[in-house]
Design a protein around this ligand. Structure first.
Ligand code: ADP
Length: 229
């Protein structure tokens, strides 16, 4: 068996469908989506508004469940897992990056990045070191003690990236991560995601309209009316 066959995709969707009901109106948000993202691969998900990008992210992020089809995370089917196992999986194996950063406003940059480690039984010194290392990796050592309101948009998104990566997730889902940033800052944020995706071997799935971002991804997946084009 070749190595490529032996290593399962970080995330794989097979024949995923999702329908929403709005009163008597039925919306087919996803109509049989097949998609696999490997570790160390940065994939852009593009398509017009309403084409199903967020629905895919929500399903990959274990925030929503498909009606039909199979979702595999690191080769394991997610269907049938208990709510507790799903929570643990979401907490330990997934990272999230949002358009509006979603940092905790009363926490410093350091505390925001440390937050996902709170439930880990790590010695304090080791935790400190990990957070410091992560903040250094995103170029924010000088800003560790600052709260989000003292950081620029780009700096806030870098804190959010550090927070998403602190537990070395196998999958990172990002929803329009550059949409709130000017183009120069957006480029820096994309470079950072690329660097960490390739170095840490996380699979990145990024919903975006930003052509500059898609041009720097390893692969672009285009959606239209709930179908991959
Ligand atoms: P995108 O992220 O590409 O804009 P979405 O995944 O948000 O697309 O939406 C896909 C389709 O599903 C759209 O027609 C949208 O209106 C519909 N939809 C999404 N979420 C819901 C919901 N909670 N209830 C009803 N319809 C929804």
């Amino acid at each position: 068996m070749s190595l490529a066959m032996a290593v399962p995709a970080a995330i794989e969707l097979r024949g995923i469908t999702k329908t929403y009901k709005l009163g008597s109106h039925i919306v087919k948000a996803l109509q049989g989506v097949d998609l696999a993202v490997s570790r160390g691969e940065l994939v852009a998900l593009t398509g017009p508004s309403g084409s199903g990008k967020s629905t895919i992210l929500n399903i990959c992020g274990l925030l929503d469940q498909p009606d039909d089809g199979t979702l595999l995370l690191e080769g394991k089917p997610v269907a049938g897992m208990s709510a507790r196992d799903l929570t643990l999986l979401r907490r330990d194996r997934l990272g999230f990056i949002f358009q509006r950063f979603n940092l905790v406003p009363v926490m410093t940059a350091h505390e925001n990045v440390d937050f996902p480690l709170m439930l880990e039984s790590l010695p304090a010194a080791q935790r400190q070191e990990r957070v410091r290392g992560m903040l250094a990796a995103v170029g924010l050592t000088e800003h560790a003690g600052h709260r989000p309101d003292r950081l620029s948009g780009g700096q806030q998104q870098r804190v959010a990236i550090a927070r998403a990566l602190i537990k070395q997730p196998s999958v990172v889902v990002a929803d329009e991560p550059t949409a709130s940033l000017d183009s120069r800052t957006a480029d820096q944020v994309v470079d950072l995601m690329r660097e960490h995706c390739h170095a840490q071997g996380a699979a990145f799935l990024i919903a975006t309209h930003d052509e500059r971002l898609t041009s720097r991804c390893d692969r672009v997946v285009r959606m239209l009316d709930g179908v991959i084009q």
